[in-house]
Design a protein around this ligand. Sequence first.
Ligand code: PRP
Ligand code: URA
Length: 209
Amino acid sequence: MSKLTVLEHPLIKHKLSIIRDVNTGTNEFRKVVTEISQLMCYEVCRDLELEEFELQTPLEKTTGYRLSGKKLGLVPILRAGLGMVDGMLMLLPSAKVGHIGMYRDHDTLKPVPYYAKLPADVEERDIFVLDPMLATGGSANDAITELKNQGCKSIRLINIVAAPEGVKAIQEAHPDVDIYVASLDRELNQDAYILPGLGDAGDRLFGTK
Ligand code: PRP
Ligand code: URA
């Protein structure tokens, strides 16, 4: 069974309340999603491998540390996952970015794929799949399956808000993929929107409604 980590940091909780608020406009929504993503990145990277090396300060030699694990790849699920990329890249500037495009059909609620462009060496990288919302889990499930079909072996899923239904779906389909969320919300409504949630993340990020 994969691990679910809820990132209970006061700054994350504070900022999440800003983006949940229906009165928060597009500009602030986008800015705060970036800030939350940066904070989440810090927490998700706690277990990255380091190696020691010797360096010279202006005063003496000392031990330095650098990341020594596999190279990283960020894979936002379009559209809303795009909102998380800048915050992650601020802390992981050398990560490569792949894109998977998918939208939920309004009637079936099933994801419809429309785009995929991944780094050429994606199978050699530790992959962070990014999407602010994990609702039924259909979109993340298909994106992870596509990454596995491309040879990826180390995948983490990072969502800002998740529903229990989506977490269960991913844990059943991909028991090797750990999930990191800022909040595990109560449930889905009849249209598969997360409650209390924050509404349609893509529309709120890009001002399309
Ligand atoms: C939203 C969201 C996820 C998906 C979550 O995207 O960004 O990708 O829904 O729902 P699921 O877990 O039930 O699959 P949406 O389909 O609205 O597309 P958009 O980002 O282009 O607006
Ligand atoms: N997608 C969203 O953007 N919001 C939800 O609540 C569910 C799916």
